[in-house]
Each structure stands twice: as structure tokens, then as C-alpha cells.
Design a protein around this ligand. Structure first.
Ligand SMILES: NC(=O)C1=CN([C@@H]2O[C@H](COP(=O)(O)OP(=O)(O)OC[C@H]3O[C@@H](n4cnc5c(N)ncnc54)[C@H](O)[C@@H]3O)[C@@H](O)[C@H]2O)C=CC1
Ligand SMILES: O=C(O)CCC(=O)C(=O)O
Length: 630
């Protein structure tokens, strides 16, 4: 047994288990009955009234038992069901109950018949479980409870705890107001409102601490736990209206997530970033050196898009901040939009549509052509360019492409040796080059002059890639027959007014950077990027990081994992191992990956460690960041 003066008093329903046991019992006994839903709702309402102290507990219990109509033979199945419903963080920290079992008590207004067998598996014997007991009729039906038991009456927990006469500090952990009253009555020293399963305002408002899970409770009390730093303490700030699934995925994992609909300017972000562990952005938020320098806790930046030049990746790396993006999720959406725009522009559909909107009928075949047999020039044959190549061929276009990197032609596409070759042969030129700043004004006067007369230009890549005044001139003069522009050199941070010189020109489709804005793409990104973030936070994996040495780590059970990011200078690794050896740590696995600037080393260790080892590792010269995972 671990010596401690402290005693821990746990509630059972919605604390040790994620459910109210009598609700589960009701589900079982009412199964198949026509009034099931109505009775269940009534039982749950009565449960909540009792928990919040709005009706007397005795009344709540009596009314529920009447509605239950349960039988003795239902109880084993209830226990089986409850075993599956242990709260996640309680289950994760079974070791705490094993090591501290002698000072853990359960005081519950539930029933020993189902609590005892569940908590016995958590090293809590029946003698330290205080709860009600059922009364059965001769046929085995549950007809009531032992009314002499103080726990069957209003605020019975106070009397129960008082009678135990516990020595030392008494901490109560529970979800309900009936748990808090032990603290209010002065018998318990602290009340932790346990919100992992249900957040009850009345209990939370009165609590000494709100603990969203057992990890937080153990952290606050500096007790051994599964996760060294509780996830609810990890703050995630998601900007730019990322898909709500991202919020749900990360919140369900236990992180504290804040969602902001728009991008935040640098000055404001410098303030908002303080205390944030994970920042999620799309293309508008500039994560500059100044922002990164103000970030005192930042571990990860997740770009919920493809482009990452809005992030100062070098500075991020040097500060040990890992960046991820979603390189594939929205590519199909961009391809479909490009294809649609090509057809719309070749048929002058927008011009005809605007005329009708303005009350004019102008039926004509002028400037209206099929795309079949036309030459499509794709500049940038990457993830988007290649997919477009396949689909464009499928509708009969002849595809030409140009890329600075060697790219294998898909289907019957023809590779062009130079940009000029591509421009001179294409009826439609579509830009899908990456957001590298070197691509500024990639299409200017010279390139437009190299294009065919009447050709069409599409830009769904980045705004700075096209010299807009030159494009406007070419459209006005008739050199180009049309354009579709989705991206602009300057884009607003949020929805509202917008001006571009391209407004009002014939056969020009203007869209507000929505190439990747489809339900499907955003949902996929909201799955992909949070998974990368969680994989890094929970396991240290950096696979697919865009600015960091990539490591895929094996899962570890019963081991501690230390993550150490350092400047890539000679001797750091040796120093780390010297420290580990000094503290007699047995290394079960060690993984190192480096690039020219940083080294990332992960050490798996197989036994309890002296906390001084952490201080010593943080003090290793040239350390950038150090993190203990578990
Ligand atoms: N409008 C929107 O909503 C969206 C825009 N994008 C943008 O689309 C662009 C393409 O995306 P991905 O295909 O995923 O990128 P990618 O990185 O897979 O492909 C880009 C290709 O462009 C080539 N390239 C770069 N500079 C070049 C140059 N000067 N000349 C010729 N080739 C060059 C690269 O070698 C690479 O093959 C990116 O700028 C991305 O940010 C992506 C998604 C949505
Ligand atoms: O709207 C967005 O999230 C940006 C899309 C984009 O341009 C990208 O993925 O690079």
C-alpha cells in the first residue's frame, strides 16, 4: 500500500462508469415494450432531478424503482453491461486504483448489487463500498430498497461519510450536487466535479476543481497516471472556419478546443497564441516569426489545406514546432472546379447567364465551342495537375503539361520541354503550380504574349502567380478569350467587401478562393489533419510533417516515452544517453531522425523514473523542446 494521509471518495454512476446504472437497467427491462421511450425519458428526468437536488433523493429512488419493474435475474446482465461502460480515463488509470486501493472509498446512492462486482475489479473491496441495497418480493422482483440505509435518504452521503470518521484530507470525486454536499457540510476537504461523462452545472459551479477526467485529477494531486500531461490541458485554437468535424474529433480526444470563424491578423495572433499548444489554420493566417516567437507553448501548426507558405516553416522548425498539412484531401474538388470552368468558359455560359439575369435573351453560337479535341495546357503536374489530366482526357481534351520536376505522363498526355512550348500550343492554360514564393508573377506580359490568341487562362493555385494588371489588359484587348480566377494577390481575412481589377470583364469567372471548399474536401481535411496532430501529441509520430524529420514510431505498452528536439550539433545524442545512463534508465527503443537544423530523438524506457532525469534532459545543451509522453 502507498502511504498517504489522503482519502479518495468516488461516486459510482457517471463517474466510475460513464452511465447511470438504473437507466441501463431500465433500457434492459423495457426492451421490446411499446412505452419504452416514454418511460426511459421519465426515468432520466427523475434521475436528474434527484442528482441536482431538485427533488428528494428518496422520492427519486422510489419513483424510478416503480417504473423499472426489474427482476433479480436482470442484475448479472446489468453488471456485464456496466463492465463495458467504465469511464475511459478510469479504465486507463487502473494502476492508480491498484496502488491506492486502501485509501479509496465508493459512496454511492446506487446499489451494492451492481457496484460491488464492478469496483472489486478495481481493487475496491465491498467493505469500502457504501451504497443502497435492493428489496425483492417473493418472486424476485425489485420492489424497493432498504430504507434504513442513510444513502436512501436526501443528502444521505453526508451522514454516510460522517460515520466513516476518515482521517487525513478527504477528497470527493463525483458528477453530482449530492457529492458536493459532503464538502459543503465540511466533512470532505475538497470536491472535484467529474465531468468526463456529464457536466452538471450545479456541481461544477460549486467545485474546488472541475476535472474533465481522472488524468486531470491525478495531475492536480501529483499522483501517478497514464498520461503525464492531461489532454484537457492541451489548448487547441482552430481558425478560419475549419470544418466542425475537426472540433469534434479533437474535443472527443479530450483536448480543449476553441473555434474561431475567421483568420486573425498578426498583432492579435501574437496575443492569442500564448498558452496555445496546437494552432489550426487555413490559407489566410500568417504564422510569422513574430507569432512563433510569442508562442510559449506551441507544439504543432496544422494547415487545414495544401499550401503552407503562410507558415514560417524554418522558424517553426527551429523552435521545435511541427507543421502538418492535408496534401490530398481537396485536390479532387479543385480538379472538378477547373473542369467545370473550362466548359463554362468555352461556351461563354456566364455571359449568357448574366444577360438573362438582366432581362436579355441572346441566343447565339458566338464564342461557344466544345472542349472535345481542344488542347489543355496544365502547368504544374502535381497532385491536382495529374488528376485533371486524366479527367480532361476522359472528356476528349488533348492534354499537354509542363513541370519543373520530372513527372511521368498519365494517359496520352504530352510533356512539354518548356513553358513556352506549352503556352503556344494550348487553347486553355490552367495553373496548378505550388505556392512557392519564387512563382510570383509566373504569368506576366511575356508569357501571355506566348499564348494563343483567344486562349483561356485559369488560375486556381495562388494569387501572386499571375500579374493581374497584365491579365486585365490582355482580356480587354481580346488577346485572351476568358479567364477563371479563384485566388488573388491580396485576399480578405473574412467574408465582406472585395475589389479586384478583374471585376466587370466579359467571360471572366471570379470565385472567392473556393477551389477546395467542398463538403467532401473539408470533411476529409477535418479527419486527416487532426489525426496527424493527435498522432504527434499522443505518440510523437512526425510522419508527413512538412518541416520536420519524419519518424514513424511503434506503439509502446508499459513504457515511458521521452521526446527530445535539439539543434543538430555534434554530441547531443551522446549527452542524452549519458543522462539516461546516470539515472539508470533502461532504453527499450530509441529512434533518431535529423535534418540539417534539428535532431528529433525518441527514447522508450521501461521503468519508473526519478523526476530529476527530466530536469537533466531539459538542461542538455542545445535542447529546443523536451516532452514526456507517458
Ligand atoms: N484554390 C484552392 O482552393 C486551392 C488551391 N490549391 C493550390 O494549388 C496548387 C497545386 O496544388 P498541388 O497539385 O496539390 O501541389 P503539388 O505540390 O502536388 O504540385 C505542384 C507542382 O507544381 C510544380 N511546379 C512548381 N513550380 C513550378 C514552376 N515554376 N513551373 C512548373 N511547375 C512548377 C511542382 O514541381 C509540382 O509538381 C498549390 O499552389 C495549392 O496551394 C490547392 C488546393 C485548393
Ligand atoms: O480554403 C482553403 O482552406 C485553402 C485552400 C488552398 O488554397 C490550399 O489547400 O492550399
Amino acid at each position: 500500500m502507498v502511504e498517504t494521509a489522503r482519502k479518495y471518495v468516488f461516486d459510482f454512476d457517471s463517474t466510475l462508469t460513464s452511465v447511470e446504472a438504473l437507466d441501463v437497467l431500465a433500457e434492459m427491462t423495457l426492451n421490446g415494450k411499446s412505452n419504452k421511450d416514454a418511460v426511459l425519458t421519465e426515468i432520466q428526468e427523475i434521475t436528474n432531478l434527484g442528482i441536482d437536488g431538485d427533488i428528494s433523493f428518496t422520492e427519486s429512488l422510489e419513483r424510478r424503482i416503480q417504473l423499472l419493474n426489474a427482476h433479480k435475474t436482470d442484475l448479472p446482465s446489468l453488471v456485464t453491461e456496466l463492465r463495458q461502460k467504465i469511464s475511459k480515463s478510469i479504465e486507463e488509470n487502473k494502476a492508480f486504483f491498484e496502488n491506492y486501493g486502501d485509501v479509496i472509498y465508493v459512496i454511492s446512492c446506487g446499489f451494492k448489487e451492481f457496484i460491488d462486482p464492478i469496483v472489486a475489479e478495481y481493487n475496491i473491496p465491498s467493505k469500502r463500498v457504501y451504497a443502497n441495497t435492493f428489496e425483492f418480493d417473493d418472486d424476485g422482483y425489485i420492489i424497493g430498497f432498504d430504507t434504513a440505509n442513510v444513502l436512501s435518504s436526501h443528502n444521505g452521503k453526508i451522514e454516510c461519510l460522517k460515520s466513516l470518521n476518515l482521517e487525513g484530507e478527504v477528497q470527493v470525486i463525483g458528477d453530482g450536487y449530492s457529492d458536493y454536499v459532503m464538502r459543503e457540510a465540511g466533512i470532505a476537504d475538497k470536491f472535484f466535479a467529474y465531468t468526463e461523462n456529464v457536466h452538471r452545472e450545479k456541481a461544477a459551479n460549486n467545485a474546488d476543481y472541475i476535472t474533465p477526467n481522472l488524468n486531470e485529477f491525478l495531475f492536480v494531486n501529483d499522483l501517478p497516471r497514464k498520461i503525464s500531461y492531461p489532454k484537457n490541458r492541451i489548448k487547441i485554437l482552430l481558425l478560419e472556419n475549419v470544418h466542425p468535424d475537426a472540433f469534434d474529433n479533437l474535443s472527443e480526444e479530450g483536448f480543449s478546443v476553441e473555434l474561431v470563424k475567421h483568420a486573425i491578423p498578426e498583432e492579435e495572433l501574437v496575443e492569442r497564441i500564448k498558452g496555445v499548444h496546437v494552432l489550426g489554420i487555413r490559407s489566410k493566417t500568417q504564422v510569422t516569426k513574430k507569432v512563433l516567437e510569442a508562442a510559449d507553448r506551441l507544439l504543432v501548426v496544422g494547415a487545414f489545406c495544401i499550401g503552407t507558405t503562410q507558415i514560417d516553416l524554418e522558424t517553426a522548425k527551429k523552435k521545435g514546432v511541427v507543421a502538418f498539412n492535408a496534401p490530398y484531401s481537396n485536390t479532387r474538388s479543385v480538379v472538378e472546379m477547373a473542369l467545370g470552368q473550362i466548359i463554362m468558359l468555352k461556351r461563354s455560359i456566364f455571359a449568357r447567364s448574366t444577360e438573362i439575369h438582366n432581362g436579355k435573351w441572346f441566343k447565339t453560337a458566338l464564342n461557344s465551342q466544345e472542349v472535345r479535341g481542344k488542347n489543355l495546357g496544365i502547368v504544374g503536374y502535381g497532385n491536382i495537375g495529374k488528376q485533371l489530366s486524366v479527367l480532361a482526357e476522359a472528356i476528349g481534351m488533348r492534354v499537354y503539361y509542363y513541370d519543373v520536376s520530372d513527372r511521368l505522363a498519365l494517359g496520352n498526355a504530352t510533356k512539354c520541354a518548356t513553358l513556352e512550348d506549352l503556352l503556344s500550343v494550348s487553347d486553355v492554360v490552367t495553373l496548378h503550380i505550388d505556392d512557392n514564393k519564387a512563382n510570383k508573377n509566373f504569368i506576366g506580359k511575356r508569357e501571355i504574349n506566348q499564348m494563343r490568341d483567344g486562349a483561356i487562362l485559369i488560375n486556381l493555385s495562388r494569387g501572386f502567380v499571375v500579374d493581374i494588371p497584365t491579365l486585365v489588359e490582355a482580356l480587354k484587348s481580346g488577346k485572351l478569350g476568358g479567364a477563371a480566377i479563384d485566388v488573388y494577390p491580396e485576399e480578405p481575412r473574412s467574408n465582406g467587401e472585395f475589389y479586384t481589377e478583374l471585376q466587370g470583364l466579359d467571360n471572366v469567372i471570379l470565385t472567392p478562393h473556393i477551389g477546395g471548399s467542398t463538403e467532401e474536401a473539408q470533411r476529409d481535411i477535418a479527419d486527416f489533419v487532426p489525426n496527424k496532430i493527435m498522432d504527434y501529441i499522443n505518440s510523437g509520430n512526425t510522419v508527413d510533417a512538412v518541416n520536420f524529420p519524419n519518424i514513424r514510431l511503434p506503439k509502446q505498452n508499459n513504457a515511458h516515452r521521452f521526446l527530445h528536439i535539439h539543434k543538430n550539433v555534434p554530441g547531443v545524442m551522446a549527452k542524452i544517453n549519458e543522462v539516461l545512463a546516470k539515472y539508470e534508465m533502461n532504453i527499450t527503443g530509441q529512434y533518431l531522425s535529423t535534418d540539417s537544423d534539428v535532431g528529433y530523438v525518441i527514447s522508450d524506457l521501461d521503468k519508473e523514473y526519478n523526476k530529476d532525469v527530466i530536469k537533466a534532459l531539459k538542461n542538455v545543451k542545445n535542447t529546443i523542446k523536451f516532452r514526456v509522453l507517458y
